[in-house]
Design a protein around this ligand. Sequence first.
Ligand SMILES: NC(=O)c1ccc[n+]([C@@H]2O[C@H](COP(=O)([O-])OP(=O)(O)OC[C@H]3O[C@@H](n4cnc5c(N)ncnc54)[C@H](O)[C@@H]3O)[C@@H](O)[C@H]2O)c1
Length: 345
Amino acid sequence: MTPIGLAVIGAGYWGPNLVRNAMATPELRLEWLCDLDEARARAVLGRYTTVRPTASYERVLEDPAVAAVAVATPARTHFELVRAALDAGKHVLVEKPLTPTLAEGAKLVALAEERGRVLMLDHTFCYTPVVERIRELIRSGEVGDVQFVDSVRINLGLVQQDVDVLWDLAPHDLSILDYVLPPGVVPVAVAAHASDPIGAGRPCLAYLTLWLSSGAIAHVHVNWLSPTKIRTTVIGGSRRTIVWDDVNPAQRLAVYDRGVDLSAAGEDERHAALISYRTGDVVVPALPEREALRGVMGEFAAAIREGRAPRTDGRSGLRVLALLEAAQESIRSDGRRIDLGGYTR
Ligand SMILES: NC(=O)c1ccc[n+]([C@@H]2O[C@H](COP(=O)([O-])OP(=O)(O)OC[C@H]3O[C@@H](n4cnc5c(N)ncnc54)[C@H](O)[C@@H]3O)[C@@H](O)[C@H]2O)c1
């Protein structure tokens, strides 16, 4: 089978990771690396390659050998770049967040559908072995009913120029939730608080609460100012509790048979309840070591080849944007609860 011609747009921090993984994917053939700073693109490619560096996006889009583009430029540029690529008949893989507003994202999703082109989000974490396993644990019923989610993603991060911490980091947690929650469980309301203690002009730390249709609460803490890196997600279930510590490769995932049970007391104490604590085994699942972006590239190529929606399609990007916009509205109104009427998965 002839490989699919690909161009990567953006050779900054993240773009080179797309380049490396595209080159390692036999179903793709990397044709171009485009960056406004052509010297940067050239430096990323090195000397011994047939991939061409360019500063001209038009040139890339005019090339009939290019069937698909992967956009790794700052969020504020996504709308124009993705629209131009779809207009030129290319399939698109775009970095998170899809666009800085839901309205722009919706236009791109509609355009991709109209043109019959694949629009895929690089929700990278959804392609990691650990998130795959968490999804299985939840969907197989092993965890039981999800009672709470608590996610912390904090470190001394790059204070971005065009997005705040919510739009930079929370797409990871929100896309993971979107992927792992059981079918039918959806966020129904959002509240968020944020602050900018260094005077950066945009929130550098944020706390986000999501009420789920099942009655559970999910909480996300994102922060660019923490001197220590913490990336922990705890998912408490009625049967098991999952602890994912992404900075601990020796025990990235642990499944605890430990928790609190509440059982009704006898007839005569109808209103009383007994609380009992379970302290069972802790299981540390063996997970394959696999780079998530290889999965992203493989899925992009397969979706194009098979003419189907990818696992993290444009609509998954829109669901993330809807939550981000609601959180932003809540931050502006001092943490008011914002109801998400009509949110579906
Ligand atoms: N999936 C992930 O885990 C992950 C991680 C980091 C960043 N990202 C995303 O990747 C995107 C890029 O982030 P970054 O940190 O690499 O940014 P960056 O600023 O380091 O790099 C962006 C590059 O894009 C180039 N560029 C800007 N406008 C362009 C245009 N119109 N045409 C061609 N090149 C252009 C710039 O010259 C720069 O080299 C963002 O959307 C970010 O959210 C995703």
